[in-house]
Design a protein around this ligand. Structure first.
Ligand code: HEM
Length: 213
């Protein structure tokens, strides 16, 4: 199959979505680990961010990350449109996908859009001031943001949306790559729940902790 046909096909798009999605999930674990240094205080957090900024491999990773997000978003929208067109041509009596598919799989596009909105807000809150304006890591900027109840609510709500998105994304990613089968399915589901628990409660705990303390 030529590259062009691969990217135009549903399966090609799904494979690209799975690869970029898994990469973004690894980024989230890494990002959470750095953020947990907030609990160790100003010096530790600033050191962790400076380490990230100065390490060549990690700086290279930032460009790959931006590209990963971009590809994932564009392919996701294209896949959604393609699936919608396909569903519209299928007879209503035959199409019972709304009954058999899970809530998280049916709402991927909406949870995805909500994560994109969060990401734009988040980059305006932290990345732009820290990286491009002051040029230094700012523990107080991060912790003081969560003193504002509106931000805390928006952030925690976004982590919840992220959880719903990843609930389907995690399992379907393995399936698209042909790594899931009947025997492995239970283990993938368990791994997914552990991953979701770590990510959603980890990020939410940071926002809620600094709101109260
Ligand atoms: C409590 C939760 C979070 C906190 C405190 C936090 C904090 C930060 C900070 C301080 C930065 C700037 C780092 C720098 O300038 O070097 C940053 C960047 C970033 N964050 Fe978050 N973050 C959180 C959750 C998330 C989530 C859930 C996502 C993804 C959905 C995310 C995606 C990003 C991205 C893509 C960047 C830019 C990375 C870069 O190029 O440096 N963050 N975050």
């Amino acid at each position: 199959m030529s590259g062009y046909i691969f990217f135009r096909s549903s399966i090609g798009k799904k494979i690209v979505m799975a690869l970029t999605g898994i990469f973004l999930m690894i980024f989230l674990l890494f990002h959470l680990t750095i953020n947990l240094f907030l609990f160790r205080g100003e010096e530790s957090f600033n050191e962790a961010v400076i380490f990230m900024r100065t390490h060549f491999i990690i700086r290279l990773f930032e460009y790959v990350l931006a590209l990963g997000f971009l590809i994932h978003i564009i392919m996701g929208i294209k896949l959604h449109i393609q699936n919608k067109k396909k569903n519209n041509t299928i007879d209503y009596a035959v199409n019972a996908s709304h009954i058999t598919t899970s809530f998280s799989s049916r709402t991927m596009i909406y949870t995805g859009i909500s994560i994109l909105c969060f990401l734009i807000l988040h980059l305006i809150n932290f990345m732009i001031p820290m990286k491009y304006l002051s040029g230094r890591s700012d523990y107080h900027l991060v912790t003081s943001l969560f003193k504002n109840p509106y931000y805390t609510i928006v952030y925690v709500f976004s982590f919840f949306m992220l959880g719903i998105h990843l609930h389907h994304g995690f399992q379907s990613g393995f399936q698209s790559l042909g790594l899931s089968n009947k025997k492995r399915f239970l283990w993938i589901q368990r791994l997914c729940l552990i991953y979701l628990f770590i990510i959603c409660s980890g990020f939410s705990m940071i926002a809620i902790w600094f709101f109260f303390n």
